[in-house]
Design a protein around this ligand. Structure first.
Ligand code: ADP
Length: 354
């Protein structure tokens, strides 16, 4: 019967999720050289199959020039959006079984965060990023399970800029309230959504409602964190039991360090807020990985908003993005060091389990 099919599917899914070993995974993605750029020397010297990446630093000599970093997976510049999603999908599916999941895109501005999360062009499904593929899957799977579990899906979008929630927050959720972990999010109104198209339409409306013009928006989006949250509420028809799952898709602010001598005024303030929140995120994730007694969620708005979905039974995936150009080498190395800090302990455990 379809009920047993779903149970079997759940069991397989459970195993897949357990296979993800630990609650924190880190994937590294290398963006290709951009069109029109001369294909200069790449700082990515070698990508191994088992999650290793070797970086060549042309500013260093001898054996210091090459350094290997290790992650759960490394995706090279030719890996497609589709292939990226294959390794993300088990986590997305687990949301329908009541797991909370956070997926982050980290990296300097221009390294491909938005490409991974949203994609370059909403009108071509082939280039869709994780966001829309996840929505498509959630709606599709909930339809397939319709005679076993009745699902309702809601969406919410938040931007955090200078440690404040800004712009239109439109919340399209059912049985929940307009507060996130006790934080008041402005303009929260709840509307259920039934298809990926609904969400795309609403996102367009949301974009229009943003107070800033397009250029300013582009500029600012690299300095703000954008969080797309998908809530899933499911009722099992036979048992009547309730499932709640939540997926946060987070396009983080650019991680580049700002030259202290150059940054003044607004720019300096933005940079300080970004630094603070990204290091708060790193602190929370590494405290979780080390199973610390105290997890410092309170140190930033970002970690406060995501508190329910970081730690405990929740699963975290971070995509760290690097650019291959030589002039990005400083940011590339600091991005990879940040990512290793986030990943190291869980990875160590996963390796020794193999
Ligand atoms: P970020 O969000 O980190 O600032 P973007 O996602 O805007 O960076 O990417 C910067 C540029 O690089 C964009 O023009 C984007 O289309 C392109 N790009 C990023 N990643 C890829 C990729 N994997 N394949 C092809 N083009 C990419």
């Amino acid at each position: 019967s379809s009920y047993h099919k779903v149970l079997e599917e759940n069991r397989m899914l459970y195993n897949q999720v357990q296979d993800l070993k630990g609650t924190i995974r880190v994937y590294c993605r290398v963006r290709p050289f951009l069109q029109g750029q001369t294909n200069g020397q790449s700082t990515v010297d070698y990508i191994g199959e088992n999650g290793n990446i070797m970086i060549l630093n042309p500013l260093k000599q001898g054996k210091d020039a090459r350094k290997v970093f290790s992650f759960n997976k490394v995706f090279g510049p030719t890996v497609s959006q589709e292939q990226i999603y294959v390794d993300t999908q088990p986590l997305i599916r687990s949301v329908l079984d009541g797991f909370n999941v956070c997926i982050f895109a980290y990296g300097q501005t221009g390294s491909g965060k938005t490409y991974t999360m949203s994609g370059p062009d909403l009108t071509t499904e082939q280039t869709w990023g994780v966001n829309y593929r996840a929505l498509r899957d959630l709606f599709q799977i909930s339809k397939e399970r319709a005679d076993v579990v009745k699902y309702e899906v809601g969406v919410q979008m938040i931007e955090i800029y200078n440690e404040q929630f800004t712009l239109t927050t439109y919340t399209l959720d059912i049985r929940n309230n307009s507060q996130l972990n006790g934080l008041n999010v402005p303009d929260a109104s709840w509307v259920p959504v039934a298809s990926t198209q609904d969400v795309l339409d609403l996102m367009r409306i949301g974009q229009k409602n943003r107070a800033v013009g397009a250029t300013a928006l582009n500029e600012r989006s690299s300095r703000s964190h954008s969080i797309l949250t998908i809530h899933v509420y499911g009722k099992e028809l036979v048992s009547g039991s309730i499932l709640r799952g939540c997926l946060h898709l987070v396009d983080l602010a650019g991680s580049e360090r700002v030259d202290k001598s150059e940054a003044v005024g607004d720019r300096l303030k933005e940079a300080q807020h970004i630094n603070k929140s990204l290091s708060a995120l790193g602190d929370v994730i590494s405290a979780l990985a080390q199973k610390s007694a105290h997890i410092p969620y309170r140190n930033s708005k970002l970690t406060q908003v995501l508190q329910d979905s970081l730690g405990g039974q929740a699963k975290t995936l971070m995509f760290v993005h690097i650019s291959p150009e030589v002039n990005s080498i400083g940011e590339t190395v600091s991005t990879l060091k940040f990512a290793e800090r986030v990943a190291s302990i869980e990875l160590g455990a996963a390796r020794s389990n193999k």
